[in-house]
Design a protein around this ligand. Structure first.
Ligand code: MG
Length: 372
């Protein structure tokens, strides 16, 4: 069938508490910016990217979808996802102004909506359409208890609650504060609270230089840190390569990489141990699959970054054999018809047909912002 109409949207959904911070970002809302693609025979697919809910930036993405991408899809067969992906990604005027950034985030939303349509038309959840689930359970870890803005006392208590009361077998703690000794004290308190054997990852959000990262890996030696995420500036290939070779703590990254080519170079150079692609920053599910396959060929584990807050990644994590863990942040789950759900520390397998992106009417009423 063919595409009739593309309808962009912007939602701003509050985060847990009044705001959260890591070493680099502070935000009060998560931006869900994307589109609904309507077909001539009455299907609707939904796709979105994730932002820090800056309305002017979100309007640029929505405008790119509406004015630059949508005309390229008019009356196209929505089933030809690979061809349509190339049509937009290689469209000379779009390619000229951005092979990353706004144009890529817009294409991500469109690609996800097309996969949602394909899975709906097949009457299957996305993971089944792609080839079926490859493992009985996917273990989730909790990031929402570990923000740098959480006080020292509340951090350890929240981690203990997530593990002992909610059943998570892993947590991630944000570090990269101006005081490395404080980071280490907070990690020690969390380790003491959750006990040995529970996964405790860390995330620097690109804040450090190589000497600081090397010092951390030495001084954190007794804390059983599962990985150190984005220790250096996102594009610092040589720095991550040097760290990955020297560190006893595995290196994880990928949430800020826009292309399969960027991932390929980090993988080829041995600059990471955990691969963290994100459908909302890569150009959608189409490019995520390329990255996951490249990681798998290199025998590296894949753990998706929660730019979609897990709605699409829940499907991809149950499907792709390289996946080992699932990142859980619950901010926007109430927006969805089939929200991400974790039970006893494991990710529930989605059962609705589609890619997990169908948004409830109440969420539009409550969180939609004007397109400008
Ligand atoms: Mg991160």
């Amino acid at each position: 069938m063919t595409i009739a109409r593309i309808e962009p949207f912007i939602l701003h959904v509050p985060v847990t508490g009044s705001s959260i911070s890591d070493s680099t970002h502070t935000l009060s809302h998560w931006g869900v910016v994307g589109c609904r693609i309507h077909t001539h025979d009455g299907f609707t697919g939904t796709g979105f990217t994730g932002t820090h809910a800056d309305i002017e930036g979100d309007r640029l993405i929505a405008r790119c979808i509406e004015r630059s991408c949508a005309p390229l899809l008019d009356n196209e067969d929505e089933d030809d996802i690979a061809r349509l992906w190339l049509k937009i990604a290689r469209h000379p005027p779009l390619q000229w102004i951005g092979r990353a950034g706004i144009t890529h985030l817009a294409l991500a939303a469109i690609d996800i909506a097309l996969w949602d349509l394909k899975a709906q038309r097949a009457g299957q959840p996305l993971w089944r359409l792609l080839g079926g689930a490859t493992r009985p359970v996917v273990t989730a870890y909790n990031t929402d208890i570990g923000w740098l803005s959480i006080s020292d006392e509340d951090l350890a208590a929240g981690a203990r609650r997530a593990v002992q009361e909610e059943g998570f077998r892993g947590v991630k703690i944000k570090i990269g504060s101006p005081d490395l000794a404080r980071d280490l004290r907070r990690l020690a308190a969390v380790r003491k609270a959750i006990g040995p054997g529970v996964m405790m990852a860390t995330d620097v959000n690109g804040r450090w230089d190589l000497p600081t990262a090397l010092r951390f890996t030495r001084e954190a030696a007794g804390l059983d840190v599962f990985w150190i995420e984005e220790p250096l500036w996102y594009d610092d290939l040589a720095g991550h390569e040097a760290l990955a070779r020297a560190s006893s703590v595995p290196v994880a990254l990928g949430e800020q990489l826009y292309t399969a080519e960027a991932f390929a170079e980090f993988i080829r150079r041995g600059a990471l141990h955990f691969v963290q692609p994100d459908v909302t920053r890569l150009a959608g599910i189409t490019e995520y699959i390329r990255v996951a396959e490249a990681a798998h060929a290199a025998r590296l584990p894949v753990v998706a970054h929660a730019g979609d807050m897990g709605q699409v990644h829940a499907h991809l994590s149950h499907w792709h054999p390289a996946t080992t863990l699932f990142e859980y942040i619950p901010w926007i789950r109430a927006c969805f018809e089939d929200p991400v759900t974790v039970v006893d520390g494991n990710l529930k397998r989605p059962e609705w047909p589609g890619a997990g992106t169908a948004i409830r009417a109440e969420a539009f009423e409550r969180y939609a912002r004007p397109l400008g």
